[in-house]
Design a protein around this ligand. Structure first.
Ligand SMILES: Nc1nc2c(ncn2[C@@H]2O[C@H](COP(=O)(O)OP(=O)(O)OP(=O)(O)O)[C@@H](O)[C@H]2O)c(=O)[nH]1
Ligand SMILES: [Mg+2]
Length: 474
């Protein structure tokens, strides 16, 4: 019978041992084997605990929101707070991007000037001879904010003045594409209205990793290109200032026929400083720069809380519609989401879909974020951003109800409008967040460094406290 037993298929055997065999080894060798096995088990447990501890000290924060909502600017504010020395290291590499922003602004101004003043064949924009008073209109205002004109028709002198300035500035504008090509490493990406894309690696992606500074390498083509643009900028700075302060341009801005990006006024107001040969971008310059993010960029730094150091990774994403599918793979691991909604954008439409109001897009996007199952463990922080621009637009008399009819007859004041938008976002959170997470909400103006540094500490603490409670360390 024993022979039959041994022929039984193996899976019919139940391997059982008497308890004594486990608890009481019968020989010295077995005792030693058990000791080693227990030691290995302890080691594995210890490793696992260390891994868990490390994991619990790792914070992953995603910055989400539509394009131009201020995500990369917030990332720079984090960098300023937690890794400020890296900003100094990066400074030179921002110089060509500042130049590029300026070239973009000038070409937008000249395009609009052409459309508005030179569209008729009677007024071709070709004259390049210096009119006797080429700068007379412009000298009346050193900044567009201050100077205004309400004349319903163009002053006849403007045509000659604008044509002259246009001719002087054309060489500068002509270098826009070449500089873009250098910055993007020869990759052409359709730029749209904003049109500032640069190759990955130009912008620092990890605040702890030193920048491989293309712009500092004296032999590089980028460096040569940047120097050419810098010299052309220095040579045309007076004409640039005249165009920027010209009554015709002031008029277009005042009538909202010319809409410039946020950075334009700041850089053009500071043109003489930027045109210096030894120009090095200030922190304020870096915060103002517009550089569209492509894909998902990681930025790593450490946060200390009490005696514990947390390693934090910020994921800064491209916010345009075509880029949003790239966010999803990062959701499951996210400790927190900081959602940015620019509430100044009530009178703007998406570049990628000109029928969609930008506030509406932000609300829809926030709805999908609140209800996304992959994000159910993430702490939610909402920043209603660009409050400085909101105030400015309301002070300029732009009416919310013209763009958002449901706003009705409510007063067009900052307090009412900001509260109206806040209520809408809170409502979305209440309705769509089935996990009943708290919502940490802040009104922000991302360029106000003093205020932002306070908010960043506050947000960091909220995220860490919630995280510690979740992983049982509180
Ligand atoms: N005035 C003002 N400008 C801001 C504010 N926040 C951001 N900006 C400016 O808005 C522009 C766009 O900001 P970014 O941080 O590049 O926007 P983003 O969300 O990263 O955009 P994408 O990378 O395209 O998704 C930059 O020129 C910033 O300087 C703000 O609160 N007030
Ligand atoms: Mg960005």
């Amino acid at each position: 019978m024993a022979a039959t037993d041994s022929l039984m298929p193996l899976d019919h055997f139940d391997l059982t041992f008497p308890p004594a065999a486990l608890g009481a080894p019968s020989s010295i060798d077995e005792q030693e084997a058990l000791r080693i096995s227990n030691a290995i088990d302890d080691e594995i447990k210890h490793d696992q605990e260390a891994r868990n501890r490390r994991k619990h000290r790792e914070i992953k924060v995603m910055l989400l929101g539509q394009a131009e909502s201020g995500k990369s600017t917030l990332q720079k504010q984090f960098q300023l707070h937690y890794a400020s020395q890296t900003i100094d290291h990066e400074r030179p590499s921002w110089r060509p991007i500042v130049y590029f922003n300026i070239l973009k602004a000038i070409s937008m101004i000249l395009n609009e000037v052409d459309d508005q003043y030179f569209a008729s064949p009677d007024n071709p924009p070709h004259s390049s001879s210096s009119p006797a008073n080429a700068s007379s209109s412009s000298s009346s205002s050193s900044s567009n904010v201050a100077g205004t004109t309400n004349s319903a028709v163009a002053d006849p002198m403007w045509y000659a003045e604008l044509a002259y300035l246009r001719g002087k500035l054309l060489p500068l504008v002509a270098s826009e594409d070449a500089l873009a090509a250098e910055l993007s490493g020869g990759i052409t990406v359709s730029g749209g209205r904003t049109g500032v894309y640069v190759r990955a690696g130009w912008q620092v992606t990890d605040a702890r990793v030193p920048l491989s500074d293309i712009g500092n390498a004296p032999s590089s083509r980028s460096y040569t290109m940047m120097n050419i643009v810098g010299k052309t900028l220095a040579a045309s700075q007076n004409e640039l200032k005249q165009l920027w302060g010209h009554a015709a341009v002031v008029k277009l801005l005042k009538e909202h026929k010319l809409r410039l990006e946020e950075y334009a006024a700041f850089f053009l107001d500071n043109i003489h400083r930027i045109a210096q040969p030894d120009y090095l971008p200030s922190t304020e310059d870096i915060l103002h720069v517009r550089l569209q993010t492509l894909g998902v960029k990681e930025h790593a730094f450490n946060i200390n809380m009490g005696a514990t150091q947390y390693s934090c990774i910020l994921y800064d994403v491209g916010g345009a519609r075509g880029q949003r599918q790239a966010w999803v793979p990062y959701f499951e691991d996210a400790t927190a989401i900081i959602f940015l909604a620019p509430i100044s954008a009530f009178d703007q439409y998406l570049e990628e879909d000109p029928r969609t109001n930008r506030i509406d897009d932000s609300l829809q996007l926030f709805t999908t974020i609140c209800s996304n199952k992959l994000l159910h463990k993430a702490t939610l922080v909402l920043m209603l951003n660009k409050t400085d621009l909101l105030r400015q637009k309301l002070d300029d008399g732009i009416k919310v109800r013209k763009y958002i009819s449901s706003y009705g007859d409510r007063p067009n004041t900052y307090e009412e409008v900001s509260e109206y938008f806040r209520a809408h976002f809170i409502q979305v959170h209440k309705r769509k967040d089935t996990y009943n997470r708290p919502l940490y909400l802040h009104f922000t103006s991302m360029l106000d460094t003093k205020a932002m540094q306070r908010i960043i500490v506050n947000v960091g603490e909220s995220i860490l406290r919630t995280h510690m409670a979740t992983v049982g360390l509180a």
